[in-house]
Design a protein around this ligand. Structure first.
Ligand code: AMP
Length: 424
């Protein structure tokens, strides 16, 4: 199937051709005709499937077909909500790229940067807004944006918005919108809250789904190194050096852990930068740029910071810490093997994380292959063998692992202590 057969107009086909896209991805083949028809769409697609173009291309075309546009240029007609500023910036770039031969104007609004520049841009008026929820609400309250004549709403990565505690903000934003509009909801996973939101938001939606829910892309080779926590850093340096890895994204659990690992790897002579939510927008952009242009080989990131990063052909992803939420494993390794490229995803797992690995494998419904010889003392990743934090020490000097089964099992979203509100 070609892009020509999807019903897209010339200016869009030209922009797509300029990107070098030869044929539409499966989500694009399915979603574009439905969105062009004006239907509400519920789409199951994760990052790397071409989902952004699958809603942006038909959205641009719908706006061009809208008679309103001629009467009211630069009045907000489409809103794309994203969970993070990185994703907002990326989607904004896509809107500009695909819409470059069209007389439509887009703006992006997100937190973490000064509001005044955004106010100035918004005052000039725009047709499309890409936004994170918190900052958008600020602009609406300050009357910098009027959403009362919106035609199309897109919720991108809705499951992540839910996970970050944005549901109240989304409900508030819905109250600013006209009742009659086209709604598109994109999500990688469908926990019950997303299903409830979809029921409330979408009118007779068409449903499309590409990769099976909770499935990882088939062109990613995954491996687990069972290793003691203390040996992880050394092994990582060895793997990077020995494999001559030029571009590797390393996931850690905490901001502090990201800074610490960055320092250690730099000490080991590896060009490294860290990306996390405590860094200013400028520092984050610089780190990302340095990683993209090859000035740093390793980007150490937390889940939130890495969300939505579009780094093409990323060959290596490492889970230095396993994620607390099993679904994040899928998001993380989706950074590699994108758009048809093959990639490698490695997890360094210590016995204390055995229960997290068990949760990931339960979600995937398969075992991730173990590396037989890690070059280090073998350790067990059986949950019942896992050391309990502060486990009492036996007289023989070994930790008492008898209570290990009671290790916390925070392996799903419901048990993470409720929504966590993050600044956008
Ligand atoms: P996304 O899933 O939207 O984050 O897109 C993942 C990557 O695939 C981006 O780098 C896009 O530029 C790229 N992409 C999107 N559509 C196509 C296509 N039809 N052919 C090749 N690459 C694509």
């Amino acid at each position: 199937m070609s892009f020509d057969s999807l019903g897209l107009s010339e200016p869009l086909l030209k922009a797509v051709a300029e990107q070098g896209y030869e044929k539409p991805t499966p989500i694009q083949q399915q979603a574009i005709p439905l969105i062009l028809e004006g239907l509400d769409v519920l789409a199951g697609a994760q990052t790397g499937t071409g989902k952004t173009a699958s809603f942006t291309l038909p959205l641009l075309q719908r706006l061009m077909e809208n008679p309103d546009l001629r009467q009211k240029p630069r009045e907000v007609k489409a809103l794309i909500l994203t969970p993070t500023r990185e994703l907002a910036i990326q989607v904004f770039e896509s809107v500009k790229t695909y819409g470059k031969h069209l007389p439509l104007h887009a703006e992006a609004v997100y937190g973490g940067v000064g509001i005044n520049g955004q106010i100035r841009s918004l005052r000039r008026g725009c047709d499309i807004i890409v936004a994170t929820p918190g900052r958008l609400i600020d602009h609406v309250h300050q009357k910098n944006i009027d959403l009362s004549r919106l035609n199309i709403l897109v919720l991108d990565e809705a499951d992540r918005m839910l996970d970050m505690g944005f549901m109240p903000d989304i409900r508030k934003i819905l109250s600013f919108l006209p009742k009659k509009r086209q709604n598109l909801l994109f999500s990688a996973t469908f926990p019950s809250e997303i299903k409830a939101l979809a029921n409330q938001l979408l009118q007779n939606p068409a449903e499309v789904e590409v990769a099976r829910q909770n499935a990882t892309a088939a062109n990613i080779s995954e491996r687990v190194y069972a290793i003691k926590k203390e040996a992880k850093r050394e092994l990582l340096s060895y793997l990077i050096g020995n494999g001559r890895w030029q571009q590797v994204l390393v996931f850690v659990r905490t901001k502090h852990g990201a800074d610490r690992l960055e320092k250690q790897l730099i000490k080991d002579g590896i060009r490294t930068a860290a990306l996390h939510g405590d860094k200013s927008q400028g520092a984050r952009s610089r780190a990302l740029e340095a990683f993209k242009n090859g000035n740093v080989a390793v980007l150490v990131a937390t889940d939130i910071a890495a969300r939505g990063l579009d780094i093409e052909e990323l060959p290596h992803v490492v889970n230095f810490d396993l994620p607390q939420v099993a679904e994040d494993y899928i998001h993380r390794i989706g950074r590699t093997g994108r758009a048809g490229m093959s990639g490698e995803a490695i997890s360094l797992v210590c016995p204390e994380e055995a229960y997290l690995l068990e949760a990931v494998e339960k979600l995937l419904k398969r075992e991730i292959p173990r590396v037989a010889d890690t070059g280090y003392e073998p350790v067990s990743l059986k949950v019942m063998d896992a050391p309990k934090k502060n486990a009492p020490v036996n007289p023989n000097g070994k930790k008492d692992y008898r209570h290990a089964k009671k290790a916390p099992r925070r392996n799903n979203r419901q048990s993470t202590g409720g929504p966590r509100r993050k600044k956008t």
